[in-house]
Write a protein of this length. Structure first.
Length: 186
């Protein structure tokens, strides 16, 4: 890990170092600046300025890499978590149509996709409501991480297969403009 706050190529003040630590936790430059000890009046501009400084950008990147390593995270792990959510369905949590499985009967993978469980007394006894994490959001994250939403390269050509907007020299542009002016002016 890169614990040394002041490496040879990253020299920061104590406030800048604190800003970096706060920024990776909050992902909000203004709040990070305030928590680092900057004035609330100037925190927004200082936070923005700090994010443009190359040494601060490098330190934030180093801290994020350290965090990823210490937590043993990877893109593959994140994808797998999203895959669990995207492939989960409420039927896995039921014994038949009306009966929920006992929580202790659920696998760890089934428990991981539950966002919230609420109970309330109703006409016919205790109602249990199970809310799963957002399947569509996970599918969108998977698609984005895998580049499925990357724009496709599109080339426009005319009917003859030649460029739709051919590159013109300055002389050709002038001649075309003069011709248009003649048509407009009669």
């Amino acid at each position: 890990m890169k614990d040394n706050a002041n490496t040879d190529d990253v020299k920061l003040t104590a406030k800048e170092e604190m800003f970096c630590h706060q920024y990776i936790l909050l992902l909000n430059a203004t709040k990070a600046a305030i928590n680092a000890g900057y004035s609330e009046k100037t925190a927004r501009s200082i936070g923005s300025q700090n994010l443009t400084k190359l040494n601060i950008q490098k330190r934030i990147k180093d801290l994020q890499e350290d965090l990823v390593q210490s937590l043993e995270l990877s893109k593959a792990w994140v994808l797998m978590q999203h895959k669990k959510i995207a492939s989960a369905n409420a039927g896995q949590l039921r014994d038949g149509w009306m009966e929920l499985k006992d929580y202790d009967q659920l696998t760890e993978e089934q428990k991981e996709v539950i966002q919230e469980i609420t109970t309330k007394d109703g006409k016919f006894g205790t109602e249990v409501k199970v809310k799963l994490y957002d399947k569509q959001r996970s599918l969108d994250c998977i698609c984005e991480m895998l580049g499925f939403y990357a724009p496709a390269k599109t080339e426009l050509t005319g009917k003859d297969g030649k460029e739709l907007f051919p590159q013109q020299t300055t002389e050709e542009k002038k001649a075309e403009l003069e011709e248009l002016l003649k048509q407009i002016n009669g």
